[in-house]
Each structure stands twice: as structure tokens, then as C-alpha cells.
Design a protein around this ligand. Structure first.
Ligand SMILES: [Zn+2]
Length: 92
């Protein structure tokens, strides 16, 4: 079983083996995030899409999900996730 040192939970965990269809970010995520944290994000992703009413057909929607993902997995700058609790809608 392949293992990764996960930046999200700080532990060595099982590596992600599924294809994530994330293009350039795929390698970065697989090298830094364990499988169980990725599963956690998959649940969180649904919440993000619902709360922000994200349209994945739009570039801005995909960008928003990507930012939330990087923040959740501790791969990028922090974003204000408090907005998730306020039914925030991004400006059109
Ligand atoms: Zn982890």
C-alpha cells in the first residue's frame, strides 16, 4: 500500500489511487493528501456547491470550488469558510 505524508491531517496515510480528473493539480494532491482526507473533501465539496450555488458550467464556479478545495486540503491560501455558514452568494 502506497503511503503519503498528508498535509491536511498531518499523518502518513493511504495514498489516493483513484483518478481525480484534476489536470495539473492531480499530482500535487496525490503527493500531499491521503485518501481519507480526500473522501472528506468529496463530502465538503457537495456542501460548497450547494451553499454557494455554484454553477460548474462557469469558469468562476469551478474556480471557487478549486479555491475551497485548496484551502480545505491546506494546499493554498486560506479562504473565508465562514461564508459557508451565511448562505453567501458570490457576486454575479
Ligand atoms: Zn490526511
Amino acid at each position: 500500500m502506497a503511503q503519503v505524508q498528508c498535509v491536511k491531517c498531518g499523518k502518513a496515510g493511504e495514498a489516493i489511487t483513484d483518478t481525480l480528473f484534476l489536470g495539473r493539480m492531480e499530482g500535487e494532491i496525490k503527493a500531499n493528501v491521503c485518501k481519507s482526507c480526500w473522501r472528506e473533501w468529496e463530502g465538503m465539496r457537495v456542501m460548497v456547491i450547494n451553499e454557494y450555488q455554484v454553477n460548474l458550467g462557469e469558469e468562476s464556479g469551478r474556480e471557487l470550488v478549486k479555491k475551497q478545495m485548496r484551502a480545505f486540503l491546506k494546499l493554498g491560501e486560506a479562504v473565508d469558510t465562514a461564508k459557508l455558514q451565511q448562505n453567501y452568494r458570490p457576486p454575479q
